[in-house]
Design a protein around this ligand. Structure first.
Ligand code: F6P
Ligand code: MG
Length: 472
């Protein structure tokens, strides 16, 4: 069930896989150490402190193993069945070391291994080592959050008014809005925390505003949004139940924009219910776990108090946050009441599955997670958010970049029974569906990689691909 195409490896010095293993993972683990250190200092329970210090030691040891190119060790059994498959794969790979291992598998291993340190503890079982960072970045995306809340409020009010328009005008408007909502949702992904090791908060804020979005339209290299819209429009015309699934990526701002899209689809009748798929364990730093959803709704339930706590960089600059205006509070409360109503009525729900945090690609979905596969077939459209989901769809293969998307996703392509839309900002080497010559052109641009052999343009989150596959 795996692709025969060679996959990205940390051994390839021109790849982002190599840069990740050499630079990014040690930084990410250092961040985790700092976080547990803070949590230990904040608690007075002695047994918890002792155990926390032990976790810090384990994390430090883990970082050492990566930096010194040791072998990946079998994961300790924490009671979940995926451990056996991780360890089996490790064996099949011939017990590789850190700088000669498939990127996708080893990066999943990093987060699964960190998770075992907590799941096997007594006092830190449900501790999310990345939660602090996720919330703090959400705080610092305040300008974009407020801008979108206001835009959303305006838009939903318009939709509800259903002003006198011809059918055609109404459809045209709906399509444009759909595209805009999806683009917001797409660029919301440019801000994931595992890349923060190279972006400043200012960069992030710039990436989020509407100006930035317009300017970025030309950076969408493949744009199949029109096809996805046709699917939903048709289902709406047929008047049947129509479910849309979103395989989530990051918490905070990205989850916020995912909910904006979800709310829009429901309000416009393009979907009758939405199923969100978060991760079951802290994953790739910023991915959504169910408690992030709760935390986001909580923040919106009481926005004034949420925003009265300074974000980390405000703290560092000695600034106190401005209180929100009444209009801002009202617009955020509007979001909160809409989303909690959808949630309460069962139109917007979360569904977890351990498949999402296994070490393999989504080529394995039909064979290793048949129930989830059947479930997803019930959906009109399954939207996959972000870079990692795209890597998993395309098996992190080193495809020729002109390979059609529908081919690169293997068993999930035509005939799979699933309509797939991938909204991805490029943060890794794999990319497919490009026009002939496009990769070369991008490489020749400044910072694009030139003739170094590296596809550097695809690492920064500045470019995006929106790809659709009709599976049913
Ligand atoms: O390329 C950097 C990286 O951290 C990859 O390791 C990973 O695939 C991706 O970004 C995570 O990004 P996203 O949150 O968009 O999936
Ligand atoms: Mg992510």
């Amino acid at each position: 069930y795996d692709t025969k195409t060679p996959t990205s490896s940390t051994a390839d010095k021109t790849s982002f896989a190599y840069v990740s293993a050499r630079d990014r993972w040690p930084i990410i683990i250092t961040g985790a150490i700092d976080d547990v250190y803070r949590a230990v200092s904040d608690t007075t329970e002695e047994p918890k402190r002792t155990e926390g210090k032990k976790i810090i030691e384990e994390l430090a040891k883990f970082k050492y193993e990566i930096q010194h190119d040791r072998k990946l060790t079998p994961l300790p059994d924490d009671g979940y069945p995926d451990i056996a498959s991780y360890n089996k794969e490790l064996e099949q790979l011939g017990n590789p070391s850190w700088f000669n291992v498939p990127w996708l598998f080893s990066e999943c291993y990093v987060y699964r291994r960190i998770a075992t340190l907590f799941s096997l503890s007594q006092h830190w079982k449900s501790y999310d080592v990345f939660a602090r960072q996720k919330m703090s970045t959400f705080r610092s995306s305040r300008p974009a959050v407020l801008e979108l809340a206001s835009r959303y409020h305006e838009l939903i009010t318009q939709l509800e008014k259903k002003e006198t328009k011809t059918q055609e005008e109404a459809e045209e408007a709906e399509k444009l809005l759909f595209m805009e909502m999806c683009e917001i949702c797409l660029w919301g992904n440019a801000t994931d925390l595992s890349l923060l090791t190279s972006l400043t908060y200012e960069d992030i804020q710039k990436l989020q505003g509407s100006e930035a979005r317009k300017a970025s339209e030309k950076n969408i290299l493949v744009n199949d949004l029109g096809d996805a819209y046709e699917v939903l429009k048709k289902a709406k015309k047929d008047g049947k139940e129509r479910r849309v699934d979103i395989v989530l990526d990051n918490a905070g701002f990205e989850l916020y924009v995912d909910l904006i899209l979800a709310g829009f689809l429901l309000s416009a009748g393009l979907a009758t219910n939405i199923i969100l798929h978060p991760k079951s364990i802290p994953w790739f730093v910023s991915d959504v776990v169910p408690s992030d959803f709760a935390a986001l709704l909580n923040a919106l339930a009481n926005p004034q108090s949420f925003y009265s706590t300074p974000s980390d960089e405000e703290k560092n600059a000695g600034k106190t946050p401005q209180p929100l205006t009444q209009k801002e509070v009202d617009e955020l409360s509007f979001l909160f009441s809409q989303w909690s109503m959808f949630h309460a009525e069962g139109q917007l729900i979360l569904r977890t599955n351990r498949f999402w945090t296994e070490g393999g690609s989504y080529w394995r979905l039909p064979a290793t997670a048949p129930q989830l596969y059947e479930d997803l077939k019930q959906s009109e459209l399954v939207i996959f958010k972000g870079d990692l989901n795209y890597r998993k769809l395309t098996a992190d293969g080193m495809w020729d970049p002109t390979t059609p998307f529908v081919k690169a996703i293997g068993p999930l392509g035509p005939g799979s029974g699933i309509n797939i839309l991938a909204l991805r900002t490029c943060k890794a080497d794999v990319v497919v569906g490009l026009k002939p010559g496009e990769d070369e052109k991008l490489r020749a641009m400044e910072g694009g990689g030139g003739d170094s052999g590296a596809r550097k343009w695809a690492w920064s989150g500045k470019w995006a691909v929106v790809s659709f596959s009709a599976g049913r």
